[in-house]
Design a protein. Sequence first.
Length: 264
Amino acid sequence: MAKKRKDITFPMIKNAYNVRKKIDYEGLTIKEAAEKIHNESGMDKGSAQNYLNNIRCLKIGQEYDMKMKAVDTLYFLSQIYKDDGESIFNNGLIALNNHINYASFELEEKSSVEKLYNNLIDGKINIHDVITYYEEYDIFYSLVPVDKSFESRSKTVFPLEEAYVFLEEKGYGNVHSEVLKLHTYNGKRESTVRRGYIILFMEKKGMLNEFLEKYWPDGKTTGKINMQYCINFYHKVDSIKGIVINDNFVKLYKYSNYLTVASE
C-alpha cells in the first residue's frame, strides 16, 4: 500500500476532490466515484475509495485510518475551507488531530502530518494563502504549457553555467545570485525562465554576441531557436505574474511541501 501511495500525483489528488463533490451534489456512489477517478486520473480504485472516505471524514470531523501525505491533506483542507467555510474546515482539523493520535504511523510519517497540524493551529501556515496559491497555480499551469518542440541536446540549449562564468568575468557576478531567486508557481521550467532572463540581460548590456563568440558559437546558428523560445517563455510567464522573486511561499511549496515555514 505504501508503494502505491508514492505513485499518487497531484493531478490525481485534485481529481479525487472534484469527484468527491459529485457524491455530495450528484448522488454518485463511492464505487461509481472511485471508478470515475480511476478512469480520469489513473489512480488505483482502492486508493481512490480510501481518499474519498478521508475527504468525507475531514468534512465531518471523524477520525480516518488511511494515511495520506501531509501535502495532500493540506490541499484537501484548503479546498474544504474554500467550498464549505471555516466551520467545516475546523472539522477537518479535528479529524486530522484524531488521525495523528490514533492511526498507526512510522515515525517519519507521523512527524510530517503532525508538523502540518501544528503549523495550521499556530498560524504559521495561513489557509487563505494556500487557497490563493492553488488558484494562481491553476492559472499559471493552464497558460504556460511545457513546450518540447525544440531539441534538448546540449549544443542547442543556452548554456547557463557558461553564462554565469561569463557574467562573473564581466563584473556581473551578482546576476547569478539574483537569477537563482527566480521561481515559477509550479516549480517547473525554472531553468528556461532563467535562461530567458540572462539572454535579455546580456542583450541589454550589449554583450550577448561576445558571449556567443567566446562560449557558445552554436547560439548564432542552431541555438537561435532555443534562445528565442527562452525569451518568449520568460515574457509569457512574467506577463501573468508567474515569476516570483525569492518568495517564501513558493519555496515552501517546492522544497518543503508546505511542512516547513520559511522564516526569513
